[in-house]
Write a protein that binds this ligand. Structure first.
Ligand SMILES: Nc1ncnc2c1ncn2[C@@H]1O[C@H](COP(=O)(O)OP(=O)(O)OP(=O)(O)O)[C@@H](O)[C@H]1O
Length: 875
């Protein structure tokens, strides 16, 4: 210390007047202080009171900050300060000055007010800058007085004067006397300020907590946080990062959008995933108190996370990081660009943010689940309509690409051999930049044993292949996948029930497990449906082709114009046919065997409005009695022994068409009863079935029996007979329409010449003669067969002869020829003869067995026993 004036002013004895003055000032000041509202009013009052007695330029009060051993201006009388327009004044009034320098140390030690000449102290090492500033403004002297609280210095009264020797003993005594009161007042102000600050904080927290309680989205959270931070740290920015589901990275979640406008930056922020353990985020998460750090220093420490660089470019120097934690769970971090931290307040704010963050994230998860469910529902209804591969591809594209940013790379389906897989669907546009590589992949044979396919097929919910990782392991496909720019390839099994039907390969950055499972289930079902549909279509197509073919066949074989014969009797038949063809009336065609009953039935159907469908024929005589019902009406699975599958009956098959009941006279009684019911009710039940089925069937029945006699004999139901005999058409036997023999002969000659390839140029007149003289028990069928046989025996293109069967056994003239033969020989000749007449028909209607009145089986054994072969009766 160079020069200190009045080293011991306390030793001087104050005069009575000065004591009185001092008392007055003290009491006036005491009264003033109680009325002071603003802290700076206190110093102004103080200055004004003293100034009325003593001279000085200005005064300030500084406060000691024990934590960092500094003192800082607290009460300022700006108006009086000669340095108020000094450039560094704004800095000075906020600055913290060190207590570790000689000038202030002397002031600290002095129990009495102590004065200094500025020129003596201002150039000392570490002298506070305000000394020189005042000196340059003309101030000469400073009087420093300690303010004490509970026996410890709490600050100083600085009194400045631009005149030397301003601080008299009286002056000093007054200041000394006032100092304790001033200390008390300053303490009260500090306390009051603290209370106000606490109140403010409380109301700030309350406001924040009210505001944040209604926050539902991260955008609202960002706004609420911004609003509260503006109050405590107006210029600062902030970001809230949340811990991602992977628990190893964090991403920006909510931030001050007013600070960030660049869409590229926003996009980068949204996409960023910073590893938690980067040396900074983990420190914040592990710290119970806010962590203040300098951006530059962290970069120097070697923390490479890109956000530090970003902060640096944004001009953030000091940042506070506070963990956002609920109970024992960390949810994220709040980073604030702030210099001064109020730990308690920040922690209060952060605990509110933590609750809100946890709620919003839970809410987001619920929304996400709901969205996923809604999405799957949409997808499933989209997919339910899918019939073709193209539909499926469109549906997949619609939902996967548009809503989920997921690309379908390939669907492979396991072939019928259960070993190879074929590409079912793929998107080659994905691999535009690697066309050849993709083509190679497509050409590759893939089997269920291939490593990746086997892995996927064996997995429960599929495998996620991280493309970068796969590249490192040498997965050759990964090079191709990488060209798409997406991060992961998801290989999933397609299953229907427990059966693997194929694999699906999806490319995406991220996908939820639940979604994947749902999507795969839907796609699997869709593929199974498509396959079933394709099979069905192929089957349908085949049936259509067969149907067309059959129709064509039938048209060529049975054509109205191919009914030959223009005799009177046939004319009558045609008249009746054309009368009835266009109606739905039941027709009963009567006539001997081979007279053309079926031909007429088909012609009626073909001329009817039902001709676009096939006529369905049932031969009632050709079926075992026990199967007739099932043949006519169908049966349900297991309705009787041998009914393995459900079967549709001929009645149902003939719906909207015509049912031709051939040999209706042969129907067993139960079937007759059922048939009657169907004709009456126009509906039926399948055997073993409960459901009644409506049918619209036109009936044409035919028989060579005399039904009236059958009714009389009790073999045919009268009621059924009346139902069938609505419109009878009688076909005359051939022997009664001899005029038709010639045209029929020509017709058959032509037909069989064509069929056999033997051209017949001429028919000898004798032939027609022969034909007309025969009785034709087998009618037109017999004539047809005879012509066919005769043509086969013709060698020169001229039909010289026909091999008319001999007359029947009833012809008495034939009998003498048989007289000298054994019974067996006679039997043999007789059977051969009958077989000839029946054109070789052994059993059934119009057959040899029928004429011989023996069962077909018996005739068969006789033929064997008597060594009768086709040669015998066709020669
Ligand atoms: N008027 C005809 N014109 C041409 N062919 C005929 C004629 N009538 C019958 N046919 C032919 O005779 C054969 C037997 O005819 P169809 O089967 O229709 O007789 P059907 O009376 O039903 O015999 P069945 O009572 O034995 O069943 C068939 O090949 C048929 O084409």
């Amino acid at each position: 210390m160079k020069r200190v004036k009045d080293m011991d002013p306390g030793l001087s004895v104050p005069s009575l007047a000065s004591l009185e003055q001092e008392r007055r000032i003290l009491s006036d000041l005491g009264n003033d202080i109680t009325g002071v509202r603003d802290k700076n009013d206190l110093i102004i009052l103080f200055s004004n009171r003293i100034r009325s007695l003593f001279y000085f330029t200005h005064t300030i009060v500084t406060l000691i900050d024990a934590r960092d051993e500094t003192y800082t201006p607290f009460l300022l009388d700006h108006k009086s300060s000669p340095i108020r327009s000094h450039a560094i004044y704004p800095e000075l009034i906020k600055a913290h000055f060190s207590l570790n320098e000689s000038f202030i140390q002397a002031a600290l030690r002095a129990e009495e007010p102590i004065s200094f000449l500025l020129e003596d102290i201002m150039d000392q090492p570490q002298s506070p800058s305000f000394l020189r500033a005042n000196y340059e403004a003309g101030v000469k002297e400073i009087l420093m007085t300690r303010l004490m609280k509970e026996g410890k210095p709490m600050g100083f009264i600085h009194i400045y004067s631009d005149k030397p020797n301003s601080f008299s003993i009286e002056f000093r005594n007054v200041i000394k006397g006032i100092a304790p009161q001033l200390s008390g007042a300053v303490s009260n102000i500090i306390k009051n300020e603290e209370i106000i600050k606490k109140e403010k904080e409380k109301s700030l927290l309350l406001d924040f907590s009210n505001g944040i309680a209604t926050v539902r989205t991260k955008e609202e959270l960002a706004l609420a946080v911004r609003a509260v931070l503006k109050k405590i740290n107006p210029p600062g920015g902030f970001v809230i990062r949340k811990i991602n589901e992977d628990n190893t990275t964090m991403s920006p979640y909510a931030y001050d959008l007013t600070k960030t406008h660049d869409p590229k930056v926003i996009d980068a922020l949204e996409q960023a995933r910073y590893p938690i353990n980067d040396g900074l985020q983990d420190r914040v998460l592990n710290s119970a108190i806010p962590l203040l750090f300098k951006v530059d220093r962290e970069i120097q420490r070697g923390i490479t996370s890109s956000y530090l660089q970003y902060w640096k470019t944004m001009g953030f120097k000091e940042i506070v990081g506070i963990r956002l934690r609920n109970g024992e769970t960390n949810h994220g971090i709040l980073f604030l660009d702030i210099q001064e931290i109020n730990v308690q307040l920040l922690q209060g704010i952060c605990s509110q943010i933590s609750i809100a963050l946890a709620n919003i994230m839970a809410n987001e998860q619920i929304n996400k689940k709901q969205e996923e469910q809604a999405f799957l529902l949409d997808f499933s209804s989209d997919v339910a309509l899918v019939k073709t591969k193209l539909d499926l591809q469109a549906a997949i594209f619609r939902v996967l690409d548009k809503t989920m940013h997921t690309q379908l790379s390939m669907i492979r389906i396991i072939d019928e051999d259960d070993y190879n897989l074929s590409a079912f669907m793929y998107d080659e546009t994905l691999f535009e930049t690697a066309k050849t590589h993709f083509a190679e992949l497509l050409a590759n044979r893939v089997t269920v044993e291939d490593a990746y396919t086997a892995e996927v097929l064996a997995s429960e919910d599929g495998i996620v292949f991280n493309i970068e990782e796969e590249l490192k392991t040498g997965n050759t496909y990964a090079r191709l996948w990488k060209t798409t720019g997406l991060k992961n390839m998801y290989g999933l099994p397609l299953r229907v029930g427990n059966k693997n039907i194929g694999t699906i390969w999806l490319l995406a950055d991220r996908l939820s497990k639940l979604m994947l499972k749902g999507i795969c289930a839907q796609i699997s079902i869709a593929i199974a449906n498509i396959q079933a549909n394709e099979k069905l279509l192929a089957y349908k197509k085949q049936l259509e082709v067969e149907n067309d073919y059959l129709k064509e066949q039938i048209k060529t074989i049975y054509n109205f114009s191919e009914i030959i014969g223009n005799g009177e009797q046939m004319q009558e038949v045609y008249r009746l046919m054309s009368l009835v063809a266009g109606t739905n009336t039941t027709v009963l065609i009567l006539g001997e065997t081979g007279t053309g009953k079926e031909l007429i039935a088909r012609a009626i159907h073909n001329a009817s409005p039902r001709n676009d469908k096939l006529m369905v024929k049932v031969n009632c005589a050709a079926l075992p009695a026990n199967l007739i019902e099932s043949e006519l009406f169908g049966h349900e699975r297991g309705s009787f022994t041998g009914a393995i599958d459900r079967r549709i009956g001929k009645f149902e098959l003939a719906n909207n068409s015509t049912l031709f009941l051939d040999e209706v006279g042969e129907l067993p009684p139960e079937a007759q009863a059922k048939l009657l019911r169907v004709i009456q009710e126009r509906e039926l039940e399948r055997l073993g079935g409960k459901q009644t089925i409506k049918v619209d069937v036109r009936l044409i029945a035919a028989t060579n029996r005399n039904l009236e006699e059958e009714v009389k004999a009790g073999r045919f139901r009268a009621d059924l007979y009346f139902r069938l005999n609505v419109f009878p058409i009688n076909l005359p036997p051939l022997r009664e329409r001899l005029e038709d023999i010639e045209p029929l002969t020509h017709f058959f000659v032509k037909k069989y010449s064509r069929n056999t390839g033997r051209k017949i140029r001429k028919i000898a007149p004798k032939v027609i003669q022969q034909l007309r003289s025969y009785t034709w028990p087998g009618n037109v069928r017999e004539l047809e067969h005879l012509i066919e046989r005769s043509i086969l025996l013709t060698t020169d293109g001229i039909l010289h002869d026909v091999y008319i069967p001999q007359n029947t056994v009833t012809d008495k003239q034939e009998l003498p020829h048989l007289l000298n033969h054994s019974l067996e020989e006679v039997e043999r000749s007789y059977i051969i003869e009958i077989l000839r007449r029946c054109s070789g028909k052994i059993s059934g209607p119009g057959s040899a067995a029928e004429i011989l009145k023996i069962p077909g089986n018996t005739l068969h054994s006789k033929l064997k026993k008597l060594a009768i072969t086709k040669k015998d009766y066709f020669s």
